[in-house]
Each structure stands twice: as structure tokens, then as C-alpha cells.
Write a protein that binds this ligand. Structure first.
Ligand SMILES: [Zn+2]
Length: 193
């Protein structure tokens, strides 16, 4: 963006140093240059840097406080959390936001498990396993037996994203009495045998 002598770079981070009623002053820390811009220009051309995704700051070190959000999200794995936490130069600077997480609610869990069960039905049918609908695994079974529960095999707490139902008797379908809660890692190991 160019306005008179003022030149603002694209894809660049500026630090807000003061906020007035109609102006906002920003600082280019690399060359220590300060610019005061009208708010409507800021609103039009800038995105406020409230937060960054974990992977976009991979490799960076942060000396200031780090607040980690969305740790309960279905896609937040241990590895993801490790990357987030290891950005901080001091463990004491890490804060975890434990407030309401909109992205994970009853509805999204139901959709996630329903799709999982649809996948199991397809799998069982393709392998020619006999399906008894009255005894088939349900969303409620997955909720009760897998959320915050341990893997039947390795005893690790199951992460939402890694929940699977493992069949004890490989010849039988995903029926309630044939399923145990299982983490993805253990389930994949079994397939290899
Ligand atoms: Zn396991």
C-alpha cells in the first residue's frame, strides 16, 4: 500500500503502539519506523494478529506468554500440543484456555461417530461379515466407552480423533459384545499382523 511517502509492506507484522480515537500508530520493529494511520485504513488493509495457528509458528521461539486455545478440539493431538508448548522459552509462560469450546459439542461428536459407524458397516459388508442391526455398535456406545476412556490394549487415554472400535473376534462384525475401545495406533498395528 502506498499513500504519499508512506509505504506499508504486504504480509508483514507491525506492532500496535498506541490507539487513538481516530488513529492507530504502528511500528515496523525491523527498521524502528513508526506510522500513524487512520482507523479506516487499518480496518481496510490489516488483519489483527490476535492469534496464530500452531503450525504457522512452528520453529519460532516466544519469550512472552503463550496462551493455547482449543486443546479440546477433535484435531488437537498430543503432537500438536507439543508443538504449541515448545514455542515458549519458559514453561511458566504457558497458559491453557479452558473456556467454552464452540467447535466441540454434542452435535459434532454425534456427526463424527455416526460417520465412523457408517464406515464400519461398509467395512463389515465388504468383508462379508454378517450384520445384526439390533446388536450393532451405536453412537451412545462410542460416547460411553471411548470418550475420556482408555484403549483396551495399550491403556492410554483415547484422544477424540483417535477413537476406534476394535473387534475382538475378527470374523464377526462390529457388534456391541464384540467391540472394545481402541486407539488408532493399536488398531493399525493389528491390521499389520
Ligand atoms: Zn492403544
Amino acid at each position: 500500500m502506498k499513500k504519499g511517502d508512506l509505504k506499508i509492506n504486504k504480509n508483514y507484522v507491525y506492532k500496535i503502539i498506541s490507539v487513538g480515537s481516530s488513529n492507530i500508530s504502528i511500528l515496523d520493529e525491523a527498521i524502528n519506523a513508526e506510522y500513524t494511520l487512520e482507523r479506516h485504513i487499518i480496518d481496510k488493509h490489516f488483519i489483527y494478529g490476535y492469534a496464530r495457528t500452531v503450525y504457522s509458528i512452528q520453529g519460532k521461539s516466544i519469550k512472552e506468554n503463550v496462551i493455547i486455545h482449543q486443546i479440546n478440539h477433535g484435531y488437537a493431538t498430543k503432537k500438536w500440543l507439543y508443538v504449541a508448548m515448545s514455542r515458549a522459552t519458559d514453561l511458566n509462560n504457558i497458559y491453557i484456555y479452558k473456556g467454552k469450546n464452540e467447535l466441540i459439542n454434542e452435535e459434532s461428536i454425534k456427526t463424527y461417530f455416526t460417520k465412523k459407524i457408517e464406515g464400519y458397516v461398509k467395512q463389515d459388508l465388504s468383508k462379508g461379515r454378517k450384520i445384526d442391526k439390533t446388536r450393532y455398535i451405536t453412537v451412545d456406545w462410542l460416547k460411553e466407552n471411548c470418550i475420556d476412556k482408555r484403549c483396551f490394549h495399550c491403556k492410554e487415554i483415547l484422544e477424540l480423533k483417535e477413537i476406534t472400535a476394535d473387534r475382538l473376534d475378527n470374523n464377526l462384525a462390529h457388534h456391541l459384545n464384540n467391540c472394545v475401545p481402541c486407539c488408532l495406533t493399536c488398531n493399525l498395528k493389528k491390521i499389520q499382523y
